[in-house]
Write a protein that binds this ligand. Sequence first.
Ligand code: HEM
Ligand SMILES: *[C@@H]1O[C@H](CO)[C@@H](O)[C@H](O)[C@H]1NC(C)=O
Ligand SMILES: *[C@@H]1O[C@H](CO)[C@@H](O)[C@H](O)[C@H]1NC(C)=O
Ligand SMILES: *[C@@H]1O[C@H](CO)[C@@H](O)[C@H](O)[C@H]1NC(C)=O
Ligand SMILES: *[C@@H]1O[C@H](CO)[C@@H](O)[C@H](O)[C@H]1NC(C)=O
Ligand SMILES: *[C@@H]1O[C@H](CO)[C@@H](O)[C@H](O)[C@H]1NC(C)=O
Ligand SMILES: *[C@@H]1O[C@H](CO)[C@@H](O)[C@H](O)[C@H]1NC(C)=O
Length: 556
Amino acid sequence: MLLTLVTAGVTFLSLAQTSIQAVTPIQLHWPYPNIIDYEEEVLYENGILGGVVFNCARRFPDTSNSTASAQWVRLAYHDMATHDIQTGTGGLDGSIRFELDRGENIGRGMTLSLRDFRTLQTAFTGMADLIAMGVVIAYQACDGPFIPYRGGRVDAIAAGPSGVPEPQQDLETFTEKFKNQGFNATEMIALVACGHVLGGVRKDDFDTVVEKDFEFFNQVQTYDNTIVTDYLDDTTENPLVASRNQTMRSDLRIFSSDNNVTMESLASRQVFDETCTNLLERMINTVPKDVTLTEVIEPMQYKVGPARLSVSNETDDLVFTTWLRVSAFASNYPRVNDLNPLEKILDAPENPDRTVTLFWNDRRGSFCPSSGCSAPVSDSQKLERVGNGFALLGMEAVRHTFQATVNSTTSISKFWFEIDEHDGSEKVVIDNGGSGYEVEQDDFLVDLAHSARRPGEDSSITLTTITVAVRDARPSPSKVYIQTFDPITPDELPFVPEVKIIDLLLDSTITPKAGYVFYSTPPFGEFTYFDATADFQDGHTLSQQFVRSEMIQILF
Ligand code: HEM
Ligand SMILES: *[C@@H]1O[C@H](CO)[C@@H](O)[C@H](O)[C@H]1NC(C)=O
Ligand SMILES: *[C@@H]1O[C@H](CO)[C@@H](O)[C@H](O)[C@H]1NC(C)=O
Ligand SMILES: *[C@@H]1O[C@H](CO)[C@@H](O)[C@H](O)[C@H]1NC(C)=O
Ligand SMILES: *[C@@H]1O[C@H](CO)[C@@H](O)[C@H](O)[C@H]1NC(C)=O
Ligand SMILES: *[C@@H]1O[C@H](CO)[C@@H](O)[C@H](O)[C@H]1NC(C)=O
Ligand SMILES: *[C@@H]1O[C@H](CO)[C@@H](O)[C@H](O)[C@H]1NC(C)=O
């Protein structure tokens, strides 16, 4: 365990030197666009993807004889490779999920990779964005450069044209194909070298190329430019250079196509890193021409969670939940070139005296003092999940969770936070750039205190009941429903999530209280999140979006 930790430290340290300065904290206005909020979390905070490729390891149990990181990168290239720069069609659009029956896309790693990504899909983060994030995370996990990431790719709903390069083809064909993808002959050489840093060739897939079950392109599965230098030294074991079968030496044909000029320039580690960062970024940003990508998604220094109000299941109060995530950047983080940086990073500067406080104002009437009502943190969690993006960038993040009791008559209009180090320094106020974080409405609430997940009769399934609270004072809604998003149930290609609409009915088992009546769903099965909506007779609609399954308490 200790060994793993130390290895992880070394992995991000060598990276941190080049990447920390490049990362600047961004402060977005809250509520953040769903896509930025969620993809920032997938990239930096949760360790779900990072855990799969952690330390560039082989898959365990080894079902394919390569690394997940290599498989993710190959998947991305094959998805992108059918882009046509003339018509602006194709590119990184997830169409690969419908194209795995083609010889050009042979290899077990393709399906395994899509399976790695499938449950992370949302209505706004499709398979294509996940494939692109996979490239970013894979290179980071293998000690490679940090590739700037933008979101917003749009998933294709059917297969596109074929045309991924195959190793038996000639140089003219390769050059033409890369030109159509948007890469000239020099860039083709470099992009293939950058890709073939990772993974290798399986005998199951290419029995005319390799003799062993699996042969790596590069002997060591850590990103570096030995793929180039071994080639130039004539010591390479890359099967696409050195295969006994000359027809299948596609990397040799490509690498030598300009008399080794490009390969010689890539023998400089710095040139190699810069070139790969740039070309891999262009690769993942190659999308159909009508798609607009977001800004680069960087880690947020202060991130505020969703604000949820529920009716207490014990008292007549409301329960307000939210969180503040604080991450440490270079300015208040030990510099990597310190004498023993690893030790310092593990002993990161946690101030035990620090307090983080939630404040809020009344929505109607007056109950809170003019300085606002306040509540202390109910839980602080240091995010140390193996392989998350923060760890890979040498950053630290702590999530402070609040669960505050709010007067149900006066309710809550907006909230903000104060961080006090209690060391004489000024308090830091986190208030959405001065405007506070606004609670949009309290007439229609997804009630987390009354909603629950319970084991079904067959205990392998979990049944969920969602309850919403509707303020009594207004005319009753004509329709209350949730739309669930379920990427878990479809367990086979093409892994397209299921979307369902479930109606909620007035729930007479819950006594109206605190000015609210309750509506519930019947128990239902798998989902990762839902959006809840109430339609009112006057045409008015209220909604609560992106309520995630992990927010619903589990009761036994
Ligand atoms: C002419 C262009 C290319 C040809 C002919 C080619 C050919 C191949 C072949 C035959 C394999 C072995 C696959 C298997 O055994 O299932 C492979 C693996 C791989 N290719 Fe390429 N490739 C090309 C370009 C690229 C590019 C541009 C990238 C990415 C930037 C890339 C990334 C990879 C990776 C990461 C693997 C390893 C996959 C694994 O270990 O599972 N390739 N390639
Ligand atoms: C992986 O390699 C092992 C031995 O190295 C071999 O027995 C196994 O068949 C290989 N699996 C695949 C899918 O190639
Ligand atoms: C490809 O484009 C790069 C960057 O614009 C340029 O430096 C290089 O000379 C080009 N290569 C060819 C073969 O056109
Ligand atoms: C080389 O590979 C090609 C294409 O897979 C195949 O047709 C040919 O028989 C192979 N040659 C040898 C000598 O194995
Ligand atoms: C390119 O480099 C390789 C490896 O050193 C060498 O075998 C080959 O002859 C070179 N090709 C040219 C055209 O210089
Ligand atoms: C809630 O606020 C109202 C209005 O200020 C006040 O009358 C009431 O006593 C408060 N309720 C509780 C439980 O403090
Ligand atoms: C009331 O809700 C809280 C979570 O908000 C939960 O922990 C508790 O078990 C619930 N109590 C009952 C009686 O359902």
